[in-house]
Design a protein around this ligand. Structure first.
Ligand SMILES: C[S@@+](CC[C@H](N)C(=O)[O-])C[C@H]1O[C@@H](n2cnc3c(N)ncnc32)[C@H](O)[C@@H]1O
Length: 242
């Protein structure tokens, strides 16, 4: 009943999130030669990758989030885990009021390390200035480090009725005091990133990543096509960490 209710009220959201979760898990397991020194999760929310992915146990994981969200998550973690994992560092920040660079430096983040930065589910709620500042901070990671982030197609902000399910989705966001504020036209993404010191490696929409994981069943899945996952590398395209 619950999946059915979710799918009828917010078409495409659940299947998109499921496929996206797997896509990101796979990217973490296979990127940087399978050896990540640092994982930075910006706007971590209730992301559980630090606790469930074996490929991260040798890495330092920085969970960076608003203090209110982080406090709630830590209470839940205390109930589930008898001992807090040593490889996870909690970094509390309000992106609108505090400087990411100084907060991360104080938490022990090393710019010279082989780093994977994950920024899932956040850019669409930020201002363009906040996205710009954060991308520029990401581009100061060691050359060849990776940034995986999600964003929405800019058209969903200006022509939402062209996408299935946006009426209910936007109404739900509004009732939670949220709205989509930032999007990018995918064809402009390579240049948008290049001007900020990053090179685009891949960019896929929900229809494509659903097809990758749900195979034939994805043909019947509709909605949330505007939600995209981009992978970018720090530095020019041929800059790889070995
Ligand atoms: C939609 S959730 C995404 C959570 C997680 N990354 C995921 O994909 O499941 C957005 C996250 O951004 C964080 N966030 C929103 N505004 C923020 C701000 N001004 N400062 C710090 N974190 C913020 C929230 O606390 C929340 O964890």
């Amino acid at each position: 009943m619950v999946p059915w209710l979710i799918d009828s009220r917010w078409p495409g959201v659940r299947s998109s999130v499921v496929a996206r979760t797997r896509l990101i898990d796979d990217a973490l397991a296979t990127s940087l030669g399978g050896q990540i020194d640092q994982l930075v999760i910006l706007g971590a929310g209730f992301d559980s990758r630090a606790y469930r992915l074996p490929c991260l146990h040798g890495a330092t994981v920085f969970e960076v989030d608003h203090p209110d969200t982080q406090t709630a998550k830590r209470k839940v973690l205390e109930c589930i885990l008898s001992v807090p994992p040593k490889h996870v560092r909690f970094v509390a920040i309000d992106f609108d009021r505090q400087n990411l660079e100084s907060v991360m430096a104080a938490a022990g983040y090393r710019e010279s390390a082989r780093t994977f930065i994950l920024w899932e589910g956040v850019t669409n709620y930020l201002t363009e200035a906040a996205v710009d500042t954060t991308l520029r901070w990401c581009s100061r990671a060691a050359a060849g480090s990776l940034l995986l982030f999600t964003y929405v197609h800019r058209d969903v902000l200006t022509r939402p009725s062209e996408y299935i399910g946006t009426k209910n989705l936007f109404a739900s966001l509004a009732s939670a005091g949220e709205r989509l504020t930032f999007g990018i036209e995918p064809s402009q993404l390579p240049e948008f990133l290049a001007t900020r010191g990053l090179s685009l490696e891949s960019d896929v929409g929900a229809a494509e990543y659903r097809a990758r994981y749900f195979k034939d069943a994805a043909r019947k899945m509709r909605g949330h096509e505007f939600y995209r996952v981009a992978l970018a590398r720090v530095g020019p395209p041929d800059n790889r960490l070995v």
